[in-house]
Design a protein around this ligand. Structure first.
Ligand code: G6P
Length: 476
C-alpha cells in the first residue's frame, strides 16, 4: 500500500535481536530519534523505512505495535563502511566539534553513497503520489536529492538531530559539496538550533554559490529551500504521567534504599559516547569526595552508560577508560557498601529511567557538544514536585531553553565542581523556582509541538503544487 507519510531514518524504531535459542525478538532502538518521531508516525498511519540492526538480508515489511515498518538490510561491508565508518567515524566527530578525530576514507564515502541510494529508492517505491517524505539525520544526507530526482512529485523534509558545524570544521570534509547538494534536495531543512541553520546557509553560499537571503536558499532551477531551527523535544506529559505511577514511585524508593539512602543522589544517563563528557564529569565528582567537600555517606553518583557503537574503536577505548576510572575512584575513595560511583553499563526501559529520574536529586548532563540532549528534558518532565537540580553543559542544545539549570563549561573541571556543589547545597526555594520555570518551557514545547511546527512549515514550503501535508501528532 502506498503511504502518504514516509519516515526515512537509518534505524527502525525497533531492533531485531536473535535470542540464544534462535527465536527473534524486537526491542526498542536506542537514541532520541525514535522517541521523538514515533508519535508523529502513529498520528499519520505512516510508513517507516530503516535498518533493524544486524546483517539479516531480505526482510519483509511488517507491523510492530501498530506501526508499518519497512526494514532495510545492510551487508557486513555496508555496516563497516556506511554505519561504523562514514556515519560514525567521519561525520559524527566532525559534526561534534572534533571531540574525536574524524577519519576520511574514500571507501567509506562510496559505501555511504550506496546506502543512501538504496534508501532513496525504497522511499520512492513506497511513497504515494504527492506524499510527504521526512528524512532523518546525518546518516542519510544524500537521500533528499536522490529522492527528488526519482520522484519530483514528493514533498521532502529533512531534519538533522545532531549539530551542524561551523564552516571552519565542515570544509575539511573532502565531500562537502556533495553533502550540501544532497541536503538541498529537500523543501525544508530542520536543525536543532539557529546556529546550525545559519552555518548551513553560509556554507551553501560560499561553497555551492547559490543565492541566499536569511534562511532561504534560491536554486537555479527556481526552487526555494528553507533552512530553519526546530528544537526537538520529548513527550513531556507522557513522562510526567509515567513518573507519577505508583510502580515508578515504589521503584524510585527501592533505588534509594539500595544505594543506602544517602542524603543526595547524583545521576548521569548517556549513551556511552565520547561526546557526552562522562569521564570529566566522574572526575569532577570524585575530586569533591577526595577534597572532603562531599562525603560518601551523604552523596553517591549513579552513572548509567548505555552500550553504543561497540565495534567502533573510539567507543571501545572510551569504555576501557571509563571502566578503569570507575575502578580507580571506587578503589581509592569508596568504603564497604559505599561506592563513590554506582556504574551500570546497560540500557533500561522507560519505566526504569523514570524511576531513576525520580530518585535523583541532581541530574548531571555535561556533553562537550550535543544536538539537543533529551535526557535533560526527560528529567525535568519527571520532576512534577518541582524539586531536583539540573547541571547542564552550555554546549548541549537544551541549554538554549533550560536557562535555569546550573549551566557549566564541560572543559572546566573546577567550574563543574563548583556547580555540582551549588546544586547539592541549593535550598528548596531555589530548586523550586528553577525547576518550575524549566517545567513550563518543556510543557509548552513538547515533541508534538515540534513535529507540528515542522510539518506545518513543510506544508507551506516548496512550490505549492503538492497535496495537503501530513498531520502532526495531536498535542499531548
Ligand atoms: C543519536 C543520533 C541517532 C542515532 C542514535 C543512536 O541520537 O542522532 O541518529 O540513531 O544516536 O545511535 P546508533 O548509532 O545506535 O543508531
Amino acid at each position: 500500500m502506498a503511504a502518504d507519510l514516509v519516515i526515512v531514518a537509518n534505524r527502525l524504531p525497533v531492533d531485531r535481536v536473535t535470542r540464544p535459542d534462535g527465536t527473534i525478538e524486537w526491542r526498542p532502538s536506542p537514541g532520541g530519534l525514535v522517541t521523538a518521531i514515533e508519535p508523529v508516525m502513529r498520528a499519520n498511519d505512516g510508513t517507516w523505512i530503516g535498518w533493524p540492526g544486524g546483517t539479516e538480508q531480505d526482510l519483509e515489511p511488517f507491523e510492530a505495535d501498530g506501526l508499518h515498518l519497512v526494514p532495510m538490510s545492510m551487508t557486513p561491508e555496508e555496516i563497516e563502511g556506511h554505519y561504523e565508518g562514514f556515519s560514525n567515524g567521519t561525520l559524527w566527530p566532525l559534526y561534534h566539534d572534533l571531540v574525536a578525530k574524524p577519519e576520511f576514507h574514500r571507501e567509506w564515502w562510496d559505501s555511504y553513497v550506496g546506502v543512501n541510494r538504496r534508501f532513496a529508492e525504497k522511499a520512492s517505491e513506497v511513497a504515494a503520489k504527492g506524499a510527504t517524505v521526512w528524512v532523518h539525520d546525518y546518516q542519510l544526507q544524500l537521500v533528499p536529492q536522490m529522492l527528488r530526482e526519482l520522484r519530483p512529485d514528493l514533498r521532502i523534509g529533512f531534519y538533522l538531530h545532531i549539530p551542524f558545524p561551523p564552516a571552519e570544521l565542515f570544509q575539511q570534509l573532502p565531500w562537502r559539496r556533495q553533502i550540501l547538494e544532497g541536503l538541498l534536495g529537500a523543501d525544508l531543512l530542520g536543525f536543532q538550533l539557529p546556529g546550525g541553520s545559519a552555518n548551513f546557509v553560509r556554507l551553501v553560499r560560499q561553497r555551492v554559490g547559490h543565492k541566499t537571503h536569511r534562511d532561504l536558499v534560491y536554486l537555479p532551477d527556481g526552487r526555494t529551500v528553507r533552512a530553519a531551527a526546530f528544537p526537538i523535544s520529548i513527550d513531556a506529559a507522557g513522562f510526567e504521567e509515567l513518573a507519577q505511577t505508583p510502580a515508578v514511585a515504589e521503584r524510585a524508593t527501592a533505588i534509594r534504599e539500595a544505594l543506602g539512602n544517602p542524603r543526595k543522589i547524583f545521576l548521569g544517563i548517556d549513551r556511552l559516547d565520547y561526546t557526552k563528557g562522562i569521564y570529566a564529569r566522574l572526575r569532577a565528582f570524585s575530586e569533591l569526595i577526595a577534597d572532603g567537600h562531599l562525603d560518601v555517606e551523604d552523596a553517591v553518583f549513579v552513572q548509567v552508560a548505555v552500550p553504543s557503537r561497540e565495534q567502533v574503536e573510539q567507543y571501545r577505548i572510551l569504555r576501557d577508560d571509563i571502566d578503569r576510572l570507575v575502578g580507580r575512584i571506587n578503589g581509592d575513595l569508596g568504603r564497604i557498601g559505599r561506592p563513590v560511583i554506582s556504574y551500570l553499563h546497560s540500557s533500561y526501559p522507560r519505566e526504569e529511567m523514570a524511576a531513576l529520574y525520580r530518585a535523583a536529586d541532581v541530574m548531571v548532563v555535561t556533553p562537550y557538544r550535543d544536538g539537543m540532549n533529551l535526557v535533560a528534558k526527560e528529567y525535568v518532565a519527571c520532576r512534577f514536585e518541582n524539586d531536583g537540580a539540573l547541571v547542564l553543559s552550555e554546549f548541549a542544545g537544551a541549554a538554549d531553553e533550560l536557562r535555569q539549570a546550573w549551566l557549566i563549561n564541560p572543559y572546566d573541571i573546577n567550574g563543574m565542581k563548583t556547580a555540582l556543589l551549588e546544586a547539592y547545597e541549593a535550598d528548596d526555594k531555589t530548586l523550586t523556582r528553577r525547576m518550575k520555570a524549566m517545567r513550563k518551557t518543556i510543557s509548552q514545547h513538547d515533541v508534538a509541538a515540534w513535529a507540528a511546527s515542522f510539518m506545518l512549515e513543510l506544508g507551506d514550503s516548496g512550490d505549492g503544487t503538492h497535496a495537503a501535508p501530513a498531520r502532526a501528532a495531536k498535542p499531548s
